[in-house]
Structure formats: C-alpha cells, structure tokens
Write a protein that binds this ligand. Structure first.
Ligand code: FRU
Length: 472
C-alpha cells in the first residue's frame, strides 16, 4: 500500500517500511523488469530487534510496493544482512533462474545460511544444509555473493571482525576459503560490515578497476557509521588494493548513508547502489513515529581518476528525474540571490540544481530555510577545496548529542561546477560535480524549507539555479 505522507517526516519518494523498524538494504537484485529490495526489518516494533528480511519491489527504483516478509528467524538465529544472486545456469540445482539468498543467521554464533526462491524472490525455501559457513570469530557476517565470469565461479565476500574474507564456489553450496583483505588498510576505528565487490570502468579511460566496499561502524568521517571503499584488482582469488594503505576513501561524507551495497544482475551494465539513510549513533532515537528509517535514493556508481588513483562517484539514478515537475529557474545569478518562496504551497519534496560557470572561482554558499528560522547551510570553500553541510539549526536536533553536526567533503580535483540536492521531508542528499562528492544527511524541520538563497563568488554572471518540485 502507499505509505507516503502519513506523517510529517515520512519521505515521499524514498523507500521506507510501511511501519516498524528498518536498517540495512539486503539481497537487492533485478530480474524480469523488477528491482527487488529486501531489508533488515523488525515487523513488531520501532527499534532494532527480531531481525527479519522485509521485501519491496519496484519497476522504476522510485515507486516501491510492499511485498511482506521474505525470510524469518529460525533455530539458527535471527536473519541478518546478506545478498541475492540470480542463478541463470542452475549451478545450485534449484532451477534455472532461481534466486538464491545468502544471509547471516545470528544465534549463539553468527553463521551463514542460504535460501532459494523459484518465484522471482516472492517466497523463499531455506536450504536444508544450513549453515553453509561457520564462524571462528564473533563478528562474522553479511555475505555478498556474485558471479565471477572470468573464473566461472561464484565468489562470496563477508566481514570477519576488521577484515573481509573471500570464498569461492561452483555450486553456491560448498565454499572454499580463498583470501582475506584489510589488515593495515583504510579505517579500522570500528567493526567492518556489509561488503561488496565489483568491477567498474574508469570514466574517460580504457581500463577498469575493482571496488571493494567496506561499511564501518563507528569511524566514519562525520562520526559513527559510514562507507569506505578500496580500489584495486581482483583475480578470482584475492583482492589487491592499489592505493596506499594509509589512505581512506569514503563513498559519502554525510552522517546518514550506511550499509550501502549494489544490485545483482542490474540491466545495461549498471551498478546501482542503495544505502540505509541513518547512523547507528542515533537511529533508534530518530523522531519519527509510524516507521523508523528510509533508504537513500538509488545511485549509479562510476569511477574516475585524478591521475594517481581512482575514486568512486555516485550519481542519482536517472529514474529519479522522472519525478521532476515544472521548474523554477534563475539564470545569470551572481552575488546574492534568494527565492523566498520556491512553491506556492510549502512542500518538502524537491530537487535543486545549481550550475556554476567557469568564471565562478570563489566560495559558494547555499542555504535552505523555513519561516521558523531553521536551515541547512552548505558552503563550498574554494581555498580548502571542500564542501560543508551544517545541520546544527536544521530543526529538531535535540534527540541525540550526535545529531547536530557539520559534515565536510573534499571536492576532488578542484572547483565546484555543480551542486545537486534531493530533498524529501526529512533528508537532504547533496551531490557535487556529478556525484564526485556526496553528503547524505537527515533533517527534522518543523516545516519544509521553502526558501533558498545562494551566494556565489566570482564576478561574471554565469551561474544558474533550477528548482524542480518532485512528484511521484
Ligand atoms: C549493519 C549491521 C550488519 C548486520 C545488521 C543487523 O548495520 O550491523 O552488520 O548484519 O546490521 O541488523
């Protein structure tokens, strides 16, 4: 059923559970025109407990249909995060095109289990040989499986304490340990969770790289939960990072994008990621009533290089643009500009595109505000080459000491050309320079921010501001 706008903060175009608690997106796959999204779900309450896989489906990554519960707790434990693959060639013997789910059964120990579906992911049968992998460490979870075409085998990557372990299999049931990655690399201030591993072309180049996604909690750049990643090579056995061990790369510098992973079998070679739009620092206290937590909008990933190393960028998936209504446009802006009423009736769902010409060399400030004096303020600091997002006065910030915060993202490779914002009642997702710098942050204003003001550095008039109401 349609859950939009039942309460003030419920997002209109982001995926949310109908009621109850949600965390990580799980088992995302595409098949026969449908995107399937499972999620860590407590069907019985609004806090983290009773982990079960809820299920939603969508044909356009924007409109989601509630499909009920998919995988429920059993004698091995509750059902933690994991992934799904489409077994086109029937390697497991559950049938050609069966959907096979891998997840952590969290009981006395964390072990890995599987279940299969022969109705495109609507219902699952648990494999009678579960668990398929058992633990030798307490934190042993979040299996992500994918087909490695070159070696003709399946690869499973999971988090074990503060490293990632890689296994291989011919039949999805029997797994052989291959290698581990992590020691000495990146951020180790928290537990490593929810990995992903995939190959991506590098924009404008004739080579590609492998990306190892590593969610970590705590230790994020803005405090608490965040997603780091590593770039390098994968030969079917071992991931080799080709960045200096001490360098940490973050997929999103905001406070509210965690446990992001990608869809299996996405069409047209796309690599589409969705994350959980919250932070373990305060997720259980977020001031919503009927439901807790939303997922980010879908984002298409790509790599780019600064000549030394590769970086991951995430662009809003094109499907999001279909929601655009009639735009309000301000062209040739310079100095200070304000649209004090973006819409005739206040609304909390819109997209902002600020495009800056080559002549805008200085700082850029963009403020969204409401009539209650609440605001979020974004500032591009040209000297530092960074973009900040200040939500300290964004509305209700008092439910956690860790909520009022300023997050800061580097703008890799120079100046700000474009800043794009997706606003949806309780969230602002900021994408700078085609998704090369990203910040996702929750906000809880007492009324929507319907005024926007922009201050541009530089002298000539070549900046433009476009505001689209978003309708579903
Ligand atoms: C990440 C996580 C996973 C785990 C799940 C439990 O947010 O801690 O590691 O599988 O949540 O709900």
């Amino acid at each position: 059923f349609d859950t939009a706008n039942r309460e003030k903060f419920r997002p209109a175009y982001h995926h949310t559970p109908a009621y109850g608690w949600m965390n990580d997106p799980n088992g995302m796959f595409y098949k026969d025109g449908v995107y399937n999204l499972y999620y860590q779900y407590n069907p019985y309450g609004s806090q983290w407990e009773n982990m079960t896989w809820g299920h939603s489906s969508s044909r356009d990554l924007v409109n989601w249909t509630d499909e009920g519960l998919a995988i429920e707790p059993d004698g091995l434990g509750t059902i933690f995060s994991g992934s799904c693959v489409v077994d086109k060639d029937n390697t497991a013997g559950f049938g050609a095109g069966a959907v096979v789910a891998f997840y952590t059964t969290a009981g006395e120990n964390q072990t890995q289990s599987m279940a299969y579906s022969t109705d495109n992911g609507k219902t699952f049968t648990k494999y009678d040989g579960n668990p398929i992998l058992t633990a030798d460490v307490p934190d042993f979870r979040d299996p992500h499986v994918f087909r490695h075409e070159k070696s003709g085998r399946w690869i499973l990557i999971l988090a074990a304490g503060q490293e990632m372990r890689i296994y291989s299999s011919a039949n999805l049931k029997d797994w052989t340990y291959e290698s581990s990655f992590g020691k000495g690399y990146g951020c180790h201030e928290g537990v490593w969770e929810c990995p992903d591993l995939f190959e991506l072309p590098v924009e404008g180049k004739n080579y590609s790289k492998w990306v190892l996604v590593c969610n970590i909690n705590p230790g994020g750049p803005a405090g608490g939960s965040a997603t780091q990643y590593f770039t390098g090579t994968f030969d079917g056995h071992k991931f080799t990072c080709d960045t200096k061990p001490e360098v940490t790369k973050w997929a999103d510098y905001g406070k509210d994008n965690y446990a992001g992973v990608t869809f299996d079998n996405a069409p047209d070679g796309r690599r589409i990621m969705i994350g959980w739009m919250s932070n373990w620092q305060y997720a259980n206290q977020a001031p919503t009533q009927q439901y807790r937590s939303a997922n980010t909008i879908a984002r298409d990933l790509y790599l780019y290089t600064d000549g030394t190393t590769e970086y991951l960028a995430s662009k809003p998936s094109v499907e999001n643009e279909k929601m655009r209504g009639k735009a309000a446009v301000k062209k040739n802006i310079s100095g200070s500009n304000t649209i004090s009423k973006m819409f005739s009736k206040p609304r909390g769902t819109y997209e902002v595109v600020l495009t800056l010409g080559n002549d805008n060399a200085g700082n850029v400030e963009l403020v969204l505000s409401n009539t209650k004096g609440e605001n979020v303020s974004m500032m591009y600091d040209a000297a530092k080459g960074s973009l900040s997002f200040d939500r300290r006065k964004s509305g209700n910030v008092s439910f956690s000491d860790q909520f009022p915060a300023v997050s800061v993202a580097p703008v890799v490779g120079s100046k700000l050309n474009e800043l794009r914002l997706y606003v949806d009642n309780c969230s602002v997702e900021a994408f700078a320079n085609g998704g090369r710098s990203v910040m996702t942050n929750l906000v809880f204003p007492s009324e929507p921010y319907n005024s926007i003001s922009v201050k541009c550095g530089g002298k000539k008039k070549s900046a433009s501001l476009v505001v689209y109401p978003l309708n579903k």
